[in-house]
Design a protein around this ligand. Structure first.
Ligand code: ATP
Ligand code: MG
Length: 138
């Protein structure tokens, strides 16, 4: 059954000019792009998005980074989308990411790691709603 997930091309990848190449990887892996837009978010909006990490020592750094430049939030669809996108992204730390994954190819560090992907059905639903209105999701 088809499933939706949420992803962000993060500011480091956008700055490096890797947006097109990352979208090509996503398309090659069989995902349909339901919706995508380019935007910048405030520090406060980044804090709301990553609220589950509020107690972590890297929270400030993470929210500073996510609000440091344009991003591409998007909604993706395919069978088993949530797990398959996580696999395609690779490990959080690019040094530990499998060869051929997006983070292995495009990310420089654990903090600046090119792409976000929802980690479960509940987080996908929250994250899609955080960035997209119903009329943007056909
Ligand atoms: P994401 O949620 O962005 O898809 P993830 O699920 O692989 O990444 P999380 O544990 O949810 O990893 O952490 C969220 C983000 O916080 C990471 O993608 C990374 O940008 C940042 N982060 C995680 N761990 C660290 C760390 N030890 N130092 C700095 N930043 C970190
Ligand atoms: Mg996560």
């Amino acid at each position: 059954m088809s499933q939706r997930t949420f992803s962000i091309i993060k500011p480091d990848a956008v700055r490096n000019g890797d947006t097109g190449a990352i979208l090509a990887e996503i398309a090659k892996a069989g995902f349909k792009i339901v919706s995508i837009k380019k935007m910048s978010i405030s520090r406060q909006q980044a804090e709301g998005f990553y609220h589950v990490h509020a107690a972590r020592p890297f929270f400030g750094e993470l929210c500073e980074f996510m609000s440091s430049g344009p991003i591409f939030p998007m909604v993706l669809e395919k069978e088993n989308a949530i797990a398959d996108l996580r696999k395609l992204m690779g490990a959080t730390d690019p040094a530990k990411a499998e060869v051929g994954t997006i983070r292995q190819k495009f990310a420089a560090s654990i903090g600046e790691n090119a792409i976000h992907g929802s980690d479960g059905e509940d987080t996908a639903a929250f994250e899609i709603g955080y960035f997209f209105a119903g009329v943007e999701l056909k």
